[in-house]
Design a protein around this ligand. Structure first.
Ligand code: SAM
Length: 244
């Protein structure tokens, strides 16, 4: 049927493309893409040859009305280069306007680096805050960290290799030295999850910025440390000696 289809694509391993995603991408009238070279590779992999329209941060305003108009009679699939569209990627305004125009809006869920990283980190999953990419400039970054420092949730952040160590140091400074995980190259050959405190991880990567794609996962703020039982006993004994 005509409308907008939001299609998640693999974040590394092509076998993660769902049969439903492949079906939609094979039958869509047009595929809105971030980078046509990247999506051409995916379409080739499934033997699909569909027309593509670039839809990215720099042209979205201009292209959106035309895509919305086409949804009246055509199936428009939205993909990003990897993972779930709209997650640190363009698309939410397309969804908003498609729905406002009364078009069908359907999601085909699938891989998302943030969620995949959370499952690898071994940190609490009951509450989490996805913070996307922090600003790269130091002042803006520390301001952004201060904003989320008291949130009682596991934090999930996207970062690049060259900035990783500085980002981990800034997180340690702004959040305290919490436990964290650096996950890298998820679903690819060199997938790994390295755990440690923020300062040990910052030191580890300082002179060896890792290659590939990275997600940082940070533990929630700790409970106030329980009073040490031995100290409490001593304090009580001491207080008792001073009772009249
Ligand atoms: N929409 C995508 C998603 O669903 O995850 C995210 C797009 S965002 C522009 C790209 C960032 O996602 C990368 O810089 C990296 O932080 C993270 N990322 C994407 N693929 C990854 C992978 N295979 N392993 C680790 N991180 C990945």
């Amino acid at each position: 049927s005509p409308g907008l289809y939001i299609v998640a694509t693999p974040i590394g391993n092509l076998a993660d493309l769902s049969p439903r995603a492949a079906d939609i991408l094979t039958r869509a009238d047009v595929v809105a893409v971030e980078d046509s070279r990247v999506t051409a590779g995916l379409l080739r992999h499934i033997g699909a040859k569909r027309p593509m329209v670039p839809y990215h941060d720099h042209n979205a305003e201009g292209v959106r009305p035309g895509l919305i108009a086409r949804m009246a009679t055509e199936a428009v699939a939205l993909v990003s280069d990897a993972g779930t569209p709209l997650i640190s990627d363009p698309g939410y305004k397309l969804v908003r306007d498609a729905r406002a125009a009364g078009h069908l809006v359907v999601t085909i869920p699938g891989p998302c680096a943030a969620i995949a990283a959370l499952t690898l980190a071994g940190l609490p999953t009951d509450r989490f805050l996805f913070a996307g990419f922090l600003p790269s400039k130091a002042k803006a970054r520390s301001d952004a960290i201060a904003e989320i420092a008291t949130v009682r949730a596991t934090l999930i952040l996207y970062e690049s290799g060259p900035r990783l160590s500085a980002c981990l140091s800034a997180l340690a400074e702004g959040l305290g030295d919490r436990d964290a995980a650096v996950t890298r190259e998820i679903t690819k050959r060199y997938e790994e999850a390295v755990t440690g405190t923020l300062t040990t991880l910052a030191a580890r990567y300082e002179d060896a910025p890792p290659k590939g794609e990275i997600v940082i996962v940070v533990a929630p703020p700790g409970e106030a440390p329980p009073p040490d039982a031995a100290d409490a006993d001593a304090a009580l004994a001491e207080a008792l000696t001073r009772l009249p």
